[in-house]
Design a protein around this ligand. Structure first.
Ligand code: PGH
Length: 250
């Protein structure tokens, strides 16, 4: 877990798939030839993690799409970190914009979730990103730094964290950030880490981009120095295209 690869690519399947469609997706992923220097995770819907874990190549790790803020118990509908570990997950996505803006999770709650997951041994894919109106108001960095700070104030260490910059206006819209737009924010995030955490954390933390990444645009994005991989939604549901994206980062 945590991975030693220079690059990191995740497939966030969100609330998609059936037993049959996931079986086909796993079969496509098992037959894909994947570049060595890329750590790869997939985040199935919780119900299908066991099926995926028991059929997918060990080359690809399993991530939860979310996790509860503490130990399990009387929290109807929640999935605990302990249960994710029990079923073989080694990562969890936290702070996804759909959890922030659809479900209503706030920065501090997400920070607490990250701290608990890390303390219990999961790697965390920490999502940040601004809404269109925030970008248009010139607040992109303010929002991203505010969300970053909530993670930094809570986490015990940065050893097992990957940061995913996912501008909300690019998620699911087909309006991918330009390589320049993404690089500008990634550089600012790395600089924030350098100033507010440490130069070592800034240089070793992988900062990945998410938001309408596909097999046609990933290579151009990956050329940017501070784009260390991707968190892919829709395109990760297509095995061959997700493999193309994975292999485009090296
Ligand atoms: O939410 C996303 C990105 O989704 P899309 O690739 O479908 O824009 N990643 O977590």
């Amino acid at each position: 877990m945590a991975g030693t690869g220079k690059f990191f690519v995740g497939g966030n399947w969100k609330c998609n798939g059936t037993k049959d469609s996931i079986s086909k997706l796993v079969s496509d992923l098992n037959s894909a030839k994947l570049e060595a220097d890329v750590d790869v995770i997939v985040a199935p819907p919780f119900l299908y993690i066991d099926q995926v874990k028991n059929s997918l190549t060990d080359r690809i790790e399993i991530s939860g799409q979310n996790s509860w803020v503490g130990k399990g118990g009387a929290f109807t509908g929640e999935i605990s970190v302990e249960q994710l570990k029990d079923i073989g997950a080694t990562w969890v996505i936290l702070g996804h914009s759909e959890r922030r803006h659809v479900i209503g999770e706030d920065d501090q709650f997400i920070g607490k979730k990250a701290a608990y997951a890390l303390n219990e041994g999961l790697g965390v894919i920490a999502c940040i990103g601004e809404k269109l109106e925030e970008r248009e108001a010139g607040k992109t960095f303010d929002i991203c730094f505010q969300q970053l700070k909530a993670f930094a104030d809570a986490v015990p260490s940065w050893d097992n964290i990957v940061i995913a910059y996912e501008p909300v206006w690019a998620i699911g819209t087909g309006k991918v950030a330009s390589p320049e737009q993404a690089q500008e924010v990634h550089v600012a995030v790395r600089d924030w880490l350098k100033k507010n955490v440490s130069p070592e954390v800034a240089s070793k933390t992988r900062i990945i981009y998410g938001g309408s990444v596909n097999g046609g645009n990933s290579a151009e994005l990956a050329k940017k120095e501070d784009i260390d991989g991707f968190l892919v939604g829709g395109a990760s549901l297509k095995g061959p295209e997700f493999a193309t994206i994975i292999n485009s980062v090296t």
